[in-house]
Design a protein around this ligand. Structure first.
Ligand SMILES: NC(=O)C1=CN([C@@H]2O[C@H](COP(=O)(O)OP(=O)(O)OC[C@H]3O[C@@H](n4cnc5c(N)ncnc54)[C@H](OP(=O)(O)O)[C@@H]3O)[C@@H](O)[C@H]2O)C=CC1
Ligand SMILES: Nc1nc(=O)c2c([nH]1)NC[C@@H]1CN(c3ccc(C(=O)N[C@@H](CCC(=O)O)C(=O)O)cc3)C=[N+]21
Ligand SMILES: [Mg+2]
Length: 293
């Protein structure tokens, strides 16, 4: 069993990005600039946004964090997004999810300039990804592809089973794994809440990707011997032995499943750190106008 070390891979990617930024600076070019919008006080969201800002500093990007109270109106938020769209200094924009109920995530995406949508959630980027055209790929699926690539995991002709069909993880990773690019070339099954006999499907998987948000959902009996298991889930569970009172748990029951796997990602230290690195990568691509001029 080989551990897919997301932290190490993420550090390698961030070093590559930092080297490119240094080169851009040396040539007097524009330093990539990421703007992040956070609405409200959700603990997890605050942690992720802070991690993103810290990572920006580490690779030499500029960053702006815009933090609004939960009672900001939808129109006020949309006005702010329009301002950022017009600001030539800012290359990439993310709006941290979840948003409060009175703000429509779909409207936010509609207003956002897709050329600055480094999360890859805008319908233009989603459509271009599906069509196989250059696009910003959503950071988590992009990170999973990086892990598979950098560990030289053979995906061609394999059966990839994805559990979860969200727009930010399950759906895009299923599409990418089915494409005629490497990693990819897999035969893909997508499972969700209404899948009958989940274990029957997961047991068929050569590559099992789980993005549900239910700690320990995948147990050893649900996994084929020798499978590659990618655990996207990151749920905070109470842990009184920790100073902060909680720890992160994945969707896979790691202790029982790991011995059966050829490769497996840990939580934390698996997919999560890569998500941040690929967001930086997208921001660099935005600053370099690699996807759109
Ligand atoms: N490591 C990282 O970088 C990231 C981690 N995450 C984590 O990944 C997890 C999933 O996130 P996200 O995709 O946004 O979650 P969503 O809640 O948006 O989607 C969860 C998906 O799981 C499906 N589902 C729920 N229960 C079951 C079940 N019992 N059996 C099969 N499928 C089920 C849902 O089905 P249905 O569509 O029918 O409701 C849905 O498609 C969360 O823990 C989140 O914190 C998310 C993003 C990035
Ligand atoms: N617009 C938007 N884009 C997102 O990409 C987005 C979002 N909203 N909302 C929430 C989810 C969740 N998500 C994670 C990012 C990093 C870690 C991560 O770095 N996890 C570390 C641990 C971090 C810690 O210790 O808290 C790890 O797994 O090792 C986890 C989850 C991005 N999301
Ligand atoms: Mg969601």
């Amino acid at each position: 069993m080989t551990l897919l070390d997301g932290k190490k891979t993420s550090e390698a990617i961030q070093s590559e990005i930092a080297a490119e930024v240094a080169e851009i600076k040396a040539q007097g070019g524009k330093v990539p600039h990421l703007a992040a919008i956070l609405v409200g006080q959700d603990g997890g969201s605050m942690t992720y946004v802070n991690n993103k800002v810290i990572a920006c500093e580490r690779v030499g990007f500029a960053s702006t964090l815009l933090h609004y109270e939960t009672d900001i109106t939808e129109e006020e938020l949309l006005t702010k997004i329009r301002e950022i769209n017009e600001d030539p200094e800012i290359d990439g924009l993310i709006v941290q999810l979840p948003l409060p109920k009175h703000i429509s995530g779909d409207k936010v995406l509609e207003v956002m300039d897709y050329k600055k949508d480094v999360d890859g959630f805008h319908p233009v980027n989603v459509g271009r990804m599906v069509a196989g055209l250059p696009a910003y790929l959503p950071a988590t699926p992009y990170g999973i592809m990086q892990l598979l690539e950098r560990y030289h995991i053979d995906t061609k002709g394999k059966h990839c089973v994805v559990v979860g069909r969200s727009n930010i993880v399950g759906t895009p990773i299923s599409i990418l794994m089915s494409k005629c690019t490497i990693p990819g070339e897999s035969t893909v099954t997508i499972c969700h809440r209404n899948t009958v006999d989940l274990a029957h499907h997961t047991r068929q998987a050569d590559i099992l990707i789980v993005a549900v948000g239910r700690p320990g959902l995948i147990t050893a009996d649900m996994v084929k011997e020798g499978a590659v298991v990618i655990d996207v889930g990151t749920t905070r569970v109470t842990d009184t032995t920790r100073e902060r009172g909680w720890r992160l748990r994945g969707d896979v029951d790691f202790d029982s499943v790991a011995p059966k796997c050829s490769y497996i990602t840990p939580v934390p230290g698996g997919v999560g750190p890569l998500t941040i690195s690929m967001l930086l990568k997208n921001t660099l691509r935005a600053a370099k106008k690699e996807v759109y001029s």
